[in-house]
Design a protein around this ligand. Sequence first.
Ligand SMILES: [Zn+2]
Length: 340
Amino acid sequence: MDIKSIVSYRLPDYEGKRLKDPHVVIVGAGASIAACNKDKNGRAVPLLKNIHEVLGLTDELKKYNFSEEQMADFEKLFSDIYEKKQYKALQKKLEYKICEYFGKLVIPDEPTLYDYLILSLTEKDAIISFNWDPFLMQAYRRNMNVGNLPELIFPHGNSGVGICNKCRVKGYANCICPHCYGDLEQMPLLYPIGKKDYSGISVIKNEWERAKFVLSKAAGITVYGYGAPVTDIEAVELMKTANNISQMKDIAPFTIINLAENEKEQREKWLDFYDVRMMMYCNSFEETILWRNPRVSLETLFDAILQQQPRSEEKSFKKFSSLGELQEFTKTITEFDMCI
Ligand SMILES: [Zn+2]
């Protein structure tokens, strides 16, 4: 009897011995902080809640008589002033300063957790980032020589991405379009407002569609440093819909990487998304299956639980002191193509 007819969930999709379903990693601010707390030039990566301090906008906000309490919740504050006539100048100033600040951030030379994250996945996989900082794009660019890298999706826009609306091309910020040779425009950033209307910006709409598509196929999900604030209703809704379509909750690993003190809240927040037997709560990226079995995280897990044929863990990541060493090591991992 075919096993597919006796189980209630979808089984992973294989082509020969090669897994086709993606491992999808969702990253939030906590991941950027863990990867690059300070950029190459010592600039801090702001969390949204302290963004006005890092950007030097505290005095500007005080002019509008915002209290300390209001300023401590930037997402709410921005939602409240958004498209209100009396705050038009303030809104423009905040948007300009945010984009300018993020656009100047540069990834440090040494290997960061974003390099490890990108190199732990392959081209069937995807990273959905809700962050504006350009570190993930910069990490992708400098690891391109390794090849077979995951898709990057930015539903809130990203300061490291340039777009050509005419050719519908997405590339690196401040570069030229490979088709028409015109300058790429800065990808718009989607600001935290209560009800986001992302459908009006075609490039952003496309990112949401891609995110939904990869999540609906996901055979493994990792949520890295993403708090899913209340202003991100759409993101959570999107994940719920996609998760239902995927129908793999019973066997798909769901990993949360977050601080120990957030465990209770995080476990509850994502309760709809996992089967308790397939859930792993990690305090660092180094504890995950992506670190232990880079590039073959799901293959390794499914071989163990479905085929009862565990793979070795010989090729786990370790701390490398240079990016070159990390890349050379990654190139030796070819088991995603291997028949065992
Ligand atoms: Zn173009």
